[in-house]
Design a protein around this ligand. Structure first.
Ligand code: MLT
Length: 265
């Protein structure tokens, strides 16, 4: 860990004078899910990852989170590290944070990469599922909840062929603080809908979705992309919900090309 700001664990790679990129992880993971991207981009970009409260090195505190407080945390990182015109990259819950962040202050950002995420707020059915998750954590513990949730984020092929990597990710998620997990579930259930903002986005946007993603499927993301005039949509082969982990080669090259085309030096 390179810095702690306001109890947030932040990790920095790549020289500070390079174009900053911030990567926001999904639920219930931590900054390590981006290691394939950070390794690839750190030579030419200042790569910043961090742990959302309750995950990795960031304590959950009282666990009373909202999507707004997550965006406040992101802005705190941008401001205290003096990052200008950031390329923002978020996956799933990290994408909810990214979308709301650009809706609040697009001028802080130069481009946005949205992986396996969506703009719609939770339907009643999804909210009820989150509340069932909170009950499961209370009644049966983190192990049961995380052990049921995490396999749904990956293709069976990835799990079988990359056991070691999968178990490392799973084991980190199993260490999540129950207060953090429950706080995130409530924050996601209470988040606002950012769909109306999509046509107003002016910065370049890359929309990425695993072809086998069942949580935020390609047709949902394609429809989201169609509402953003600056967007390019790409489906990632051989990947489910954690497409940057499952097919990092494809995702890295796609991001590299997007940045080269859209952010001329
Ligand atoms: C995530 O990967 O961050 C979660 O699947 C998001 C969600 O449950 O809506």
């Amino acid at each position: 860990m390179n810095a702690i700001k306001n109890n947030l664990a932040i990790y920095l790679e790549g020289r500070k004078n390079l174009q900053p990129m911030i990567f926001i992880h999904g639920f219930p993971f931590d900054h390590k899910m981006w290691s394939g991207q950070v390794e690839y981009f750190k030579e030419h970009y200042h790569c910043v990852t961090y742990d959302i409260r309750g995950f990795g090195g960031s304590p959950a505190g009282d666990g009373q989170f909202t999507m707004e407080s997550f965006v406040d945390d992101l802005f705190e990182i941008v401001d205290t590290l003096n990052l200008d015109k950031v390329v923002l990259c978020g996956l799933s819950m990290g994408g909810y944070i990214a979308l709301r962040a650009i809706e609040r202050e697009e001028k802080k950002f130069r481009a946005v990469i949205l992986c396996d995420t969506k703009s719609e707020a939770d339907t009643n059915a999804v909210k009820l599922n989150r509340f069932a998750g909170i009950k499961q954590i209370n009644d049966e513990g983190v192990q049961k909840f995380v052990g049921t949730f995490v396999p749904k984020c990956f293709t069976n092929e990835f799990i079988n062929l990359n056991r070691h990597k999968y178990e490392e990710i799973l084991n980190r998620a199993l260490k999540s603080d129950p207060a953090g997990l429950k706080g995130c579930l409530l924050a996601m259930a209470a988040r606002t809908d950012t769909t109306d903002y999509l046509p107003k986005i002016k910065i370049p946007a890359l929309i990425i979705c695993g072809s086998e993603d069942k949580i935020t499927p390609p047709d949902v993301m394609k429809a989201m992309s169609a509402k953003i005039s600056t967007a390019i949509f790409l489906e990632v082969p051989e990947a489910a919900h954690l497409s940057p982990v499952e097919n990092s080669d494809f995702v890295n090259k796609a991001i590299e090309k997007f940045l080269k085309d859209k952010l001329p030096a």
